[in-house]
Design a protein around this ligand. Structure first.
Ligand SMILES: Cc1ncc(COP(=O)(O)O)c(C=O)c1O
Length: 394
């Protein structure tokens, strides 16, 4: 049976990682891969995570199955982190999932099962896996404009014009914060305007929040999600603990369905738990338990908060330093938008040819669409990267 298989299209980022590993130039700079890095190039285990793991190791007496939906303590901790006090727990259904990707997948499957004729609206651009999973599930998909390459900012008019066509029951996928790949953010007013549009039309927001704490702060980054949770009867949320807890390989994520009331919540809960059953029975528990342990212990939570704050401030300082170096190189504010972006990523407005030149002539690796991971920059590489960007892109 395997003889007939056609190889799937190679994942662009994985391909880039392999090219970087094979590159023998010592001055090479990896701005492609989507993980957080310290200025000395590591992705360390957070101290709070180590301490929580030690506690779990000391106290855990069984590794028997958890419930189908995962650990309720984890759901509550993540619900508080993301929603604050904006959603009454009686309307919040939740399941633990393998990472944020698992949550995205479960929500898209829920959509396919409950509203097969509805359309899923995905921003253009977006994290490529959104489209890949939606197409794999054969959902009806449309794109809405999001990023203006000319200004390096949000294409607000294009977004609102495209979303004027949404219909009752459609799902509109938003990035809760730190838009991947563009880095361009929605303001609180944008979220309110979108909430009003969704309310008027009866469409449902699907918020993917994978970088809470990487943009402006934990509460600030959840503001858009909270605004929609207060404005609308139904909201779907996929959250990842990979980045803000550094739990990438432990696969910790959660899918929330905010329903209009308790009875509908019960139905959503049953549907989500049943999806877990069909796909993998029980969700992974270790990463979720680490998160639960940290968030329910004031001392561990404070340690985690301090570490997360240092990561965020480091990325903001890197953005500022790169923008300044680019201004010095170009004598203009052409790259000023980089300082206004939030999170790890920015689209630098490079064509595929320019991306190739950066790689071939300067040993600088960015993704083919021009996505740069600012967490891959170091104080030592910033001047070199600024010089190369100024040379290749202007
Ligand atoms: C926008 C977005 N959503 C979801 C995820 C899922 O992350 P994970 O499955 O590793 O938790 C990512 C990871 O890169 C992402 O960028």
């Amino acid at each position: 049976m395997f003889d007939t298989l056609t190889p799937p299209e190679a994942d662009k980022i994985l391909k880039l990682m392999a090219m970087f590993a094979a590159d023998e130039r010592p001055e090479k700079v990896d701005l492609g891969v989507g993980v957080y890095r310290t200025p000395d190039g590591r992705t360390p285990v957070m101290k709070a995570v180590k301490q929580a793991e030690e506690r779990i190791w000391q106290s855990q007496e069984s590794k028997s199955y958890v419930g189908l939906a995962g650990d309720p303590g984890f759901h509550h901790a993540m619900g508080d982190l993301i929603l604050g006090d904006t959603a009454d727990p009686t309307r919040v259904a939740a399941i633990a999932t393998p990472g944020g990707t698992g949550a995205v997948r479960q929500i898209m499957e829920l959509m396919r099962n409950t509203s097969p004729d509805a359309t899923l609206w995905i921003s253009d651009p977006s994290w490529p896996n959104h489209m890949a999973i939606a197409q794999y599930l054969r959902l009806n998909v449309r794109r809405y404009r999001y990023y203006d390459v000319e200004t390096g900012g949000l294409d607000r008019d294009g977004m609102m014009a495209d979303l004027a066509s949404i219909q009752r029951g459609d799902l509109v996928l938003f990035h809760g914060c730190c838009h991947n790949p563009s880095g361009a953010e929605l303001t609180a007013q944008d979220w309110r305007d979108l909430g009003a549009l969704l309310d008027r039309t009866g469409a449902i927001p699907f918020i993917d929040i994978a970088y809470q704490g990487f943009g402006e702060g934990l509460d600030e980054d959840a503001e858009g999600t909270r605004i929609l949770a207060q404005m609308l009867p139904e909201v779907l949320i996929a959250a990842s603990c990979s980045k803000n807890f550094g739990l990438y390989r432990d696969r910790a994520g959660v899918a929330f369905a905010l329903a209009s009331g308790e009875e509908a919540k019960g139905k959503a809960q049953a549907a989500l738990a049943s999806l877990n059953r069909q796909n993998y029975s029980f969700p992974p528990d270790h990463g979720a338990r680490v998160v639960d342990t940290i968030l329910h212990d004031p001392e561990l939570a404070a340690t985690w908060w301090t570490e997360l704050t240092a990561m965020r401030e480091g990325m903001l300082a890197t953005r500022a330093a790169l923008t300044q170096a680019l201004q010095a190189e170009t004598g203009s504010d052409r790259f000023g938008f980089l300082a206004s972006h939030r999170g790890m990523f920015s689209l630098i407005g490079a064509t595929p040819d320019q991306v190739e030149t950066l790689r071939n002539d300067h040993a600088i690796y960015v993704v083919g669409d021009g996505r740069m991971n600012v967490a891959g920059l170091t104080p030592a590489s910033i001047p070199k990267v600024a010089k190369a960007l100024a040379q290749v892109l202007t």
